[in-house]
Design a protein around this ligand. Structure first.
Ligand code: PFF
Length: 450
């Protein structure tokens, strides 16, 4: 089986793919709005500390299990298990991960469909096709269904081309494009009036809030979602990595790109909000808090673009195109999780597996759309707030307690013979064994209490 498995052809390909998975709606939309409503610079500071000290070690746990086993999460966790009980829990954790990844994709595809619709809206408005353009930005069953299906087709199309021809090729093309567009948008927004006020809010930490538990919980949740942890996406990407790769280094690059883009997105979104305010658009809600989430992306920003005339259409097109790219490089990693399992554990052909699983996820998405009020928020909450941290915790337990230290060391040595003398080896095994499970556990319990 190993001979027919896909593999990333280069370090760059892997970094773009894994960073592509990590960089998504969570970075460009979630992080900046959370920062804006949680003390600006204070949130940024806590996020940076947590991302490096907790999310990076957890990411390393996934990469190392995947690379060691060169197989999907179910087989990989069973491989490092020592007895029948841990083998059973390992298999169950892998299966749970692929189910959660599929459900995350089912809501992610709906939101990503909206991004596509808003992007096309800008193009049609430019072409004077006002009526069709208006339909695209109105919340309707048909629009939601059509664009969710289009987005799923794009995801299925890429994943059906395999690891090198699909994931690596498309991430390698789209990620540099995303970075360039983001930089251009940031530079443009910072030249507008009102932007400097937003910049101040973003960069000046309100130190009184740094130790606030709700801020810390929000920042950690954000970091975990942002690095796609828990559900096996990083594990499966790690399994396509060559043995010669230095894992702590490539994992570090992925974390840096992810954090860098989230921070950069803050330089776009928060100043843009204050530019909107300068142009007479309301950015604080009745409670006095900054408008965030869907209202920000689908009301405040489009209103801002409207005040900017033809340039606004271009900026709007660029912004929603950027969001769509970020979404697609993440969605492909989610679909790869159940697909790889079906290929490796059930001997299915890639094409067949991709279309069947993609079809099932599309059907789940459609069910959510038909029962939007009841299911949309519920699925997001169950998957990202409860399942993801719990699964990430289990993966840390597998690396820290079930797999032996010697096994870990041998795996790391494949890509760096001197790893034993590095700072990483002195700290990391203890981190995944004690610190990560403990802190994730505390956060999980906290989130249960809501
Ligand atoms: N990391 C993605 C984001 O920030 O939008 C979300 C994500 C991707 C979560 C893949 C989970 C996952 F498996």
């Amino acid at each position: 089986m190993a001979a027919t498995r896909g593999e990333f052809s280069s370090r760059f390909g892997f970094i773009m793919a894994a960073a592509g998975s990590a960089v998504g709606l969570g970075n460009i939309w979630g992080f900046p709005t959370q920062a804006a409503s949680n003390g600006g610079g204070a949130f940024l500071l806590v996020y940076l500390v947590l991302a490096f000290c907790l999310a990076y070690p957890a990411l390393m746990a996934e990469l190392i299990i995947g690379r060691h086993a060169h197989s999907n999460a179910v087989q990989a966790l069973q491989l490092i298990s020592r007895g029948p009980i841990s083998k059973f829990i390992g298999g169950a954790t892998g299966i749970a991960g692929l189910i959660v990844a599929s459900f995350i994709l089912s809501f992610y595809a709906i939101v990503s469909g909206w991004m596509m619709a808003f992007c096309i809206n800008a193009a049609l408005t430019f072409l004077d096709m006002g009526e069709s353009a208006a339909w695209l930005v109105e919340f309707s069953l048909t629009r939601n269904l059509i664009f969710m299906c289009l987005f799923m087709l794009m995801t299925i199309g890429i994943i059906s081309q395999g690891v090198q021809g699909g994931i690596e090729r498309w991430s390698g093309r789209l990620m540099p494009m995303l970075i360039i567009m983001l930089v251009i948008l940031v530079m443009y927004v910072l030249t507008l009036e009102g932007a400097m006020e937003g910049l101040k809010v973003y960069l000046l930490p309100d130190f009184g809030r740094v130790m606030s538990p709700s801020l810390i919980i929000a920042a950690l949740g954000s970091a975990f979602f942002s690095l796609s942890l828990g559900v096996g996406t990083m594990l499966i990407y790690g399994s396509y990595l060559k043995d010669e790769e230095n894992l702590p280094l490539v994992g570090g690059y992925v974390t840096l790109v992810d954090i860098g883009i989230a921070v950069m997105a803050g330089f776009l979104i928060i100043p843009a909000m204050y530019v909107a305010q300068h142009n007479g658009i309301q950015i604080f809600n009745e409670a006095g808090a900054l408008i965030s989430e869907d209202t920000l992306i689908f009301t405040v920003l489009p209103n801002l673009f409207n005040t900017m005339g033809t340039t606004g259409l271009l900026v709007s097109f660029a912004f929603f195109f950027l969001m769509t790219i970020a979404a697609v490089t993440s969605s492909i990693s989610m679909l790869e999780v159940p697909v790889a399992y079906t290929i490796e554990n059930h001997g299915a052909e890639r094409q067949k597996a991709v279309w069947i699983i993609g079809g099932v996820i599309t059907a789940i998405s459609a069910t959510i759309i038909f029962n939007f009020e009841m299911l949309f928020g519920l699925v997001i909450e169950l998957t990202t707030r409860y399942s993801q941290p719990l699964l990430a915790l289990l993966l840390c337990v597998f690396v820290g307690w079930i797999w032996n230290r010697e096994g870990l060391l041998q795996e790391l040595k494949k890509g760096n013979k001197d790893v034993e003398s590095t700072f990483f080896w002195k700290i990391w095994p203890w981190y995944v064994r004690l610190v990560c499970p403990l802190i994730i556990g505390v956060i999980f319990v906290n989130s249960l209490w809501g």
